[in-house]
Design a protein around this ligand. Structure first.
Ligand code: SAM
Length: 279
């Protein structure tokens, strides 16, 4: 398993931390077991102001996008986005914790060993999937569309693609290729939601130490952009919504800085949450 797999335990630990709060903005009762001691240790190791808050906000933001879009009925009464693909699902537990409209198929792509470990841990907890959930072991820099098709994914029906906590672990050309392939492979009406890191985050004094630790652990951030709309448009996706944490619709009372830094601010780490339509 590639070292970047450990980051899935880190984000699970962040979800466990949020779930323990009285005012939690979502509850993931499986996260603690999925994170394990390794995740808890990494959560402490990568701790930096705003990191835990951002992961919590990102989880809730994408929960809401999925709730709104997945299984939405078309005028013909058929599910609009009846198939959802988590690009790099990691220890994501939406298959068990979200209410899924009947008939929704959820594909979870990630490294095969990681998905097997997750299944084992979910089984230990007696978790039951609330949708037709299909784990697909695949390298997201390889021919993952073929693996997806073999698992039953239908390229002729629109798809909700979710790229959460992934794109900055790929070199820029690989991130581009991944999103281009999703745009080319998916049917009209498909939607992409996810997050991007800014280029500022790669060079800011404030993220230097965290990035050093990630690099030491073999899973550095490799790519960030200060022009998320242009980047996504170049990959075949037209941004329909873009939020930075702390902004209206992406705060949930969790962001520590109010008001949030303006987008033009330089020298500070920044993240973008987005929803995009196939261009
Ligand atoms: N989306 C999940 C979340 O938010 O908790 C997981 C995010 S985790 C930070 C990054 C994930 O990307 C890991 O699960 C890792 O295995 C996966 N990943 C990174 N590069 C990959 C690749 N080339 N192929 C498959 N999975 C990859």
């Amino acid at each position: 398993m590639h070292a970047v797999a450990a980051t899935a335990r880190w984000t699970a630990a962040a979800r466990a931390e949020e779930s323990r709060r009285e005012d939690a903005i979502f509850t993931d009762p499986y996260a603690e077991h999925l994170a394990g001691q390794e995740g808890t240790t990494l959560f402490a190791r990568y701790d930096n102001p705003g990191v835990g808050a951002f992961i919590a906000i990102r989880t809730r933001y994408l929960d809401d996008v999925i709730r709104e879009r997945a299984g939405r009925l078309t005028s013909a009464g058929r599910p609009g986005l009846g198939q959802v693909v988590l690009l790099a699902a990691g220890m994501d537990t939406r298959s068990v914790r979200l209410p899924w409209p009947p008939g929704t198929v959820l594909y979870e792509l990630d490294q095969a060993d990681l998905l097997a470990e997750k299944d084992k841990r979910l089984a230990e907890l007696g978790a039951r999937h609330a949708c037709d959930r299909r784990p697909v072991g695949a390298d997201l820099t390889g021919d993952w569309p073929r693996a997806l098709r073999e698992a039953g994914w239908d390229p002729s029906a629109p798809t909700l693609w979710v790229a959460e906590g992934l794109l900055f672990y790929l070199p820029e050309p690989a991130a581009r290729r991944l999103l281009e392939r999703a745009a080319e492979a998916g049917a009209p009406g498909s939607v992409l939601a996810g997050d991007l890191l800014s280029h500022q985050s790669m060079i800011s004094e404030f993220s230097k130490e965290g990035l050093r630790r990630l690099t030491e652990d073999g899973c550095p951030w490799l790519f960030g952009t200060d022009e998320p709309e242009a980047f996504l448009s170049g990959c075949g996706w037209r941004v329909t919504e873009l939020r930075m944490p702390g902004e209206d619709g992406a705060s949930y009372g969790r962001w520590p800085w109010n008001p949030p830094l303006p987008r033009e601010a330089r020298g500070f780490p920044q993240n973008f949450l987005f929803v995009a339509a196939r261009a």
